[in-house]
Ligand binder design. Structure first.
Ligand SMILES: [Zn+2]
Length: 473
């Protein structure tokens, strides 16, 4: 007899966002789609049966802040890092990209740059993927419309510290790093014009307006430069303590005030404050929300900042921007999560191999180490284990890991999918969840999407329902 389903997963504890309970259900799959979600689906009706034995079934995570192509060629990184994403329970990966050093190591207009990015990406990701773009030179501001309409990329990034401070430390030649002309300035005025351009697009394309946003890395170069000098000169601190002191939290707070003021000034109403790392950053972001209630701020934290502190054993391997902070800041971030002041949790994945991470001549020197590390592979398991200890509900986790980033960035067929099975309270390991890799699964409204989807320009449109133009293989 013809079987009704290809697969039935029995006895899963199904976690969904926007609910207050976790239900023990069976999940039936037919033609790569979830066709039924119900208690007691007959095992005999399926070609294949898997007993989840009460594991938690979470929606596929939407990791809305990743980087590929920083420390390895983009095409190579896309394969390995999207596998890391799939292993971790992430089914959608949104990657920040820009011109300049790293990535494709080239400057110039995005009309030349993006086709190269897409070519190197094509067919290489093991999860659904898309990009956010940073307008780096003045000419890029005029390209934002083209990027939004022709590439379906309406989310833009500003690195507030890049004008006067390098990726790994002090720098006097940022124009060279960013590969922009001597007349170009990557400064507050440039950030203002990015916001004005985004605002114009919101007005011109009302259907797309909800998905047009500006994301900011909030740290200020002047303060980083001054404090780095002080910390280096004093020489009292080492490792992560030194790096945190060299990039002090009030630099984040002040940058958030400036960014928010500019957002109000330009009526750029969708602002994402990325990777808040400290109590001062969270406080500043929350105050700005009260001052400018009409601005739809979104506040992001990373799993790294939630799990690590300046005393962690990983020492300089945990160098990242903004820095890993002392424990009291980490707990302030968790409190903000629990108080629902945080909108989503991401990895800020920027895989840097050990050989590249530190200087061979001086491996414990924090100033010589490279910034960034992985995270997408433990995004869900990290939040699950540490969040559970602090009383965070599974539904709330699903909201911050899947639902809310999907809504913001227009991934409207995502964010409430079922994908990965986890043991409550346990750290994730590769064995704990299934399926993984190319057989992974995500769901919403009865729809499965397989991993290994590709991004194409052919399907580009500004239909917000198809924001990253994902096409199945
Ligand atoms: Zn980042």
């Amino acid at each position: 007899m013809e079987k009704l389903f290809d697969l039935v997963i029995k006895n899963a504890r199904v976690v969904r966002p926007n609910k207050t309970s976790v239900d023990c259900l069976d999940i039936a799959v037919k033609d790569e789609k979830i066709s039924r979600l119900a208690p007691d689906i007959q095992a005999e009706q399926a070609k294949q049966v898997f007993d989840a034995k009460n594991l938690l079934a979470f929606p596929g995570c939407v990791d809305a802040h990743m980087h590929i192509g920083i420390y390895a060629p983009l095409g190579q990184d896309a394969v390995s890092e999207s596998k890391a994403a799939a292993i971790g329970g992430v089914t959608s990966s949104l990657n920040y990209i820009r011109t300049g050093h790293y990535y494709l190591n080239r400057g110039g207009p995005y009309r030349d740059f993006m086709p190269a990015v897409l070519k190197q990406s094509e067919g290489r990701f093991w999860v659904d993927y898309g990009y956010h773009i940073a307008p780096i030179e003045a000419g890029h501001i005029d390209e934002m419309e083209h990027l939004a309409l022709d590439y379906g990329i309406p989310s833009f990034k500003i690195f507030m510290f890049y004008g006067g401070y390098g990726l790994h430390g002090r720098s006097a030649n940022q124009n060279e790093f960013l590969m922009i002309g001597p007349e170009d300035r990557y400064d507050i005025a440039h950030f203002e014009f990015i916001m004005r351009s985004a605002q114009r697009l919101m007005t011109k394309y009302p259907k797309l307006a909800a998905y047009i946003s500006v994301s900011l890395h909030c740290e200020l170069a002047e303060i980083l430069n001054a404090y780095t000098k002080i910390v280096e000169r004093e020489g009292k601190l080492t490792g992560l303590h030194a790096y945190s002191a060299a990039r002090p939290p009030h630099s984040e707070g002040l940058a958030i005030w400036i960014a928010s003021y500019l957002a109000n000034e330009t009526s750029c109403l969708n602002i994402n404050l990325l990777h808040l790392s400290s109590r001062k950053a969270v406080d500043a972001a929350w105050i700005m929300q009260q001052v400018f209630p009409h601005i739809a701020f979104r506040r992001e934290v990373t799993v790294g900042h939630l799990l690590l502190d300046t005393d962690c054993k990983c020492a300089i391997r945990a160098k990242v921007n903004p820095p890993i902070r002392p424990r009291e800041d980490v707990e302030a971030l968790w409190q903000a999560v629990l108080d629902r002041k945080i909108d989503w949790i991401v990895s800020d994945h920027a895989c840097c191999s050990a050989e590249q991470k530190w200087s061979n001549d001086d491996p414990t020197n924090i100033w010589l180490a490279k910034a960034g590390f992985g995270g997408t592979e433990y995004l869900l398991s990290g939040v699950l284990s540490e969040g559970s200890k602090r009383g965070m509900s599974y539904n709330h986790m699903a909201e911050l890991l899947s639902w809310k980033p999907a809504q913001r960035f227009g991934l409207l067929n995502k964010g409430d999918g079922l994908f990965t099975l986890r043991r409550a309270g346990a750290h994730g390991s590769r064995e704990e969840h299934l399926p993984a890799g190319r057989s992974d699964l995500s769901w919403r409204e009865g729809h499965w999407a397989s991993a290994g989807s590709i991004l194409t320009t052919a399907e580009a449109s500004f239909d917000p329902l198809n924001r990253v133009n994902i096409r199945r293989n």
